[in-house]
Design a protein around this ligand. Structure first.
Ligand code: SF4
Ligand code: SF4
Length: 113
């Protein structure tokens, strides 16, 4: 496939397991457990990390529309900077969620003591 390929979810086959959500480094997939999921095309970087976790193989790569493919060096730099911000935002969110889980666990342990 030439140029950027982005992920596309066949929503008629999606079983809403949400496994693809965790795999996506840019939070390009939206949906909730037990509901169909979809890809925000503009956030997809074509890394393919969502493909393997999908138990029903309903995610496929398709050529990205031309407007999503940066054409100039400036546009490419801006896109890379944006991708970094998305990846960092996801890492921060995961770290905050892990910290909140640890705090809840500690609170439960304190009650049991
Ligand atoms: S290809 Fe990568 S960026 Fe695109 S939806 Fe899948 S995991 Fe996310
Ligand atoms: S991993 Fe596949 S079946 Fe599960 S939510 Fe994602 S697209 Fe749907």
């Amino acid at each position: 496939m030439k140029g950027l390929a982005i992920a596309f979810i066949d929503e008629s086959r999606c079983v809403g397991c949400a496994r693809c959500l965790a795999a996506c480094p840019t939070d390009a997939i939206v949906g909730a457990r037990n509901f169909t999921h979809t890809v925000i095309a503009a956030r997809c970087i074509g890394c393919r990390l969502c493909l393997d976790p999908c138990p029903v193989d309903c995610i496929a790569m398709r050529p990205a529309p031309e407007e999503l493919q940066p054409q100039t060096p400036e546009a490419k730099s801006a896109r890379i900077a944006q991708i970094r911000r998305w990846v960092q935002a996801k890492r921060r969110r995961l770290a905050q969620e892990a910290q909140a889980r640890r705090a809840r666990l500690e609170a439960k342990k304190a009650i049991c003591r």
